[in-house]
Ligand binder design. Sequence first.
Ligand code: GDP
Ligand code: MG
Length: 316
Amino acid sequence: MTAEERATTEGSPRVEAAAPAETFRSGFAALVGRPNVGKSTLLNALVGAKLSIVTPRPQTTRHRILGLLHLPDAQVAFVDTPGLHRGHRRLLNRAMNRAAASALAEADVCVFVVEALRWTDEDQMVLERIAKAGRPAILVVNKVDRVRPRERLLPYLQEVAARHEFAEIVPISALKGDNLDALRSAIVRALPVSPAMFGPEELTDRGLAFRIAEVIREKLTLELNQEVPYGIAVEIDSMTEREDGQLEVHAIIWVDREGQKPIVIGPSGERLKRVGRAARLELNTLLGRRLHLDLWVKVRENWADDVRALRQLGLE
Ligand code: GDP
Ligand code: MG
């Protein structure tokens, strides 16, 4: 695919429904798979907007996130989910698995994402959940850009085809945008004939505060590497319109132990400043407006196991 072709196929064409009612399709497509296979990258690429945050770390996505794709003949409501994973010790992990499971149960089609040339126990566990839910499933073999030479893919595709009656198997690269048109068509074919469920301008069900908190969490996660594993959460404390037209946002970064506070803040506050700057720059473009961002780090012991804390963070 040339860069020019990609440019015309990547963005979500936001057009009014043009197809006659008897052929228009719409429904829910759940993106499921173990952590880190590229579900959120794929959601963003399919709808042509950054809705879900992406980091190299597993368990980055904690919530269900709805992203809408408007096509002339169809409307697809994608549901990005936290990866189904093992290790259900903490309340947070159980809440994440529950979010993924309920998206699966309500989907018209499951888009099951795996990594090219790999099939782990967790992939197998996800497949069993899909089979149990009894929904049609499209197998997406992602990260094919890493397969060299490409012929190595063929035996893998044959092997995975034998594992389940998939409606279709589509190799893609979510990162490079390869073969996404084929995937969009496969998903649309799997949806029921039905009128659109959402307005033509709608992009996501998530509000401004959520999107801001998520971008901050993404920048923090990227900045922290392995240092504070999974121990952070971001809450928007207030948002105010300023007279100069900027949006003033106060956000709290929750850590779950006192000792993590200095790590997040960094020597003379440098790290927190870098996080704030990176988040602000991205949000300025994402939201098309200037932001004033204030970040505070606070301790809440074991928030990932605290029912009230999870509820407050919308993670229940
Ligand atoms: P999720 O946990 O399934 O939502 O995965 P993410 O979308 O957060 O991606 C996890 C990591 O895989 C990130 O570092 C992505 O940049 C990377 N990734 C996603 N899709 C691709 C792809 O098609 N090719 C390559 N090489 N990396 C990818
Ligand atoms: Mg994700």
